[in-house]
Design a protein around this ligand. Structure first.
Ligand code: NAP
Length: 230
């Protein structure tokens, strides 16, 4: 059995990835999310996927918090799509509350590192593929997005190091994929920020107005092809 673990399945890119994999792939899917859509509720009733309902800000110990060991044990191959993330708060450095810093880094960086570490411990010896949903922000500073940029850069380096660690291991595949700009709730948030804290806000408003954002479905399809998921 091929097992796919994906975080943040209820909207945006995560929902599109979920929809694609559930219709086209031959996977047992575990979705970890605070909530699910109406369609996902129906799929859940039909036993089409496994739902771990949780706020990832509460994830500290995957063994106790996720309770997915039985599925990991049965799987021949495990895929982990690190998708859930936040760009909030967008602000100037100097204006963040400590708790805001902690929460963004917890969701965006602590969670994928802890889950990956857990998978490499519990699914050791199996085929493991990590698909890290990255961002252009991992590689270029964007004023106002410092926490998001830092979290995405940290993730890329963590997964590059994992790739180097597993260089000789043909069972391990690690990729970081930048989906490009996607028409999602995250972009909606970005467009509401004042240009005094996020000077490039008008570029993003323009992308939306000119219809230049990708749909989540198109971005998901690109990722699926790039990661050889279907
Ligand atoms: N949109 C873009 O232009 C863009 C560009 C480059 C990279 N990306 C990356 O693409 C990925 C998906 O982003 P998106 O644009 O689809 O964003 P989105 O629409 O805001 O979706 C984010 C997902 O993460 C979940 N999430 C947030 N906080 C959570 C928490 N505490 N616990 C559990 N789940 C939580 C959300 O669910 P809730 O309903 O629970 O909040 C949602 O499912 C992210 O990694 C992002 O960095 C996006």
């Amino acid at each position: 059995m091929k097992l796919v673990l994906i975080t943040g399945i209820n909207k945006g890119l995560g929902e599109a990835l979920f929809n694609h994999l559930i219709t086209n792939g031959n996977y047992r899917i575990i979705g970890i999310s605070r909530g699910i859509t109406q369609k996902q509720q129906e799929l859940l009733k039909e036993g089409k996927f496994i739902y771990v309902k949780m706020d990832l800000l509460d994830l500290n110990n995957p063994e106790q918090d996720l309770k997915i060991l039985e599925f990991l044990d049965k799987a021949e191959e495990v895929f982990y799509i690190n998708n859930a993330a936040t760009i909030s708060p967008i602000n100037k450095i100097g204006a963040f509350k400590n708790n805001e810093i902690k929460q963004l880094l917890h969701l965006n960086t602590f969670v994928p590192i802890v889950i990956t570490n857990y998978l490499f411990r519990e699914a050791s010896g199996k085929k493991i593929s990590i698909i890290n949903i990255s961002s252009g922000a991992a590689n270029s500073p964007i004023v106002g997005w410092s926490l998001y940029c830092a979290s995405k850069a940290a993730n890329e380096m963590f997964f590059r190091t994992l790739k180097a660690q597993e260089e000789e291991n043909i069972k391990i595949n690690v990729v970081s994929i930048d989906p490009g700009v996607v028409d999602s709730g995250m972009q909606g948030i970005i467009r509401t920020v004042d240009d005094s804290v996020f000077p490039r806000v008008n570029d993003f408003i323009e992308l939306k107005n000119k219809n230049e954002l990708q749909t989540p479905e198109a971005a998901a399809l690109k990722i699926i092809k790039q990661a050889n998921l279907v």
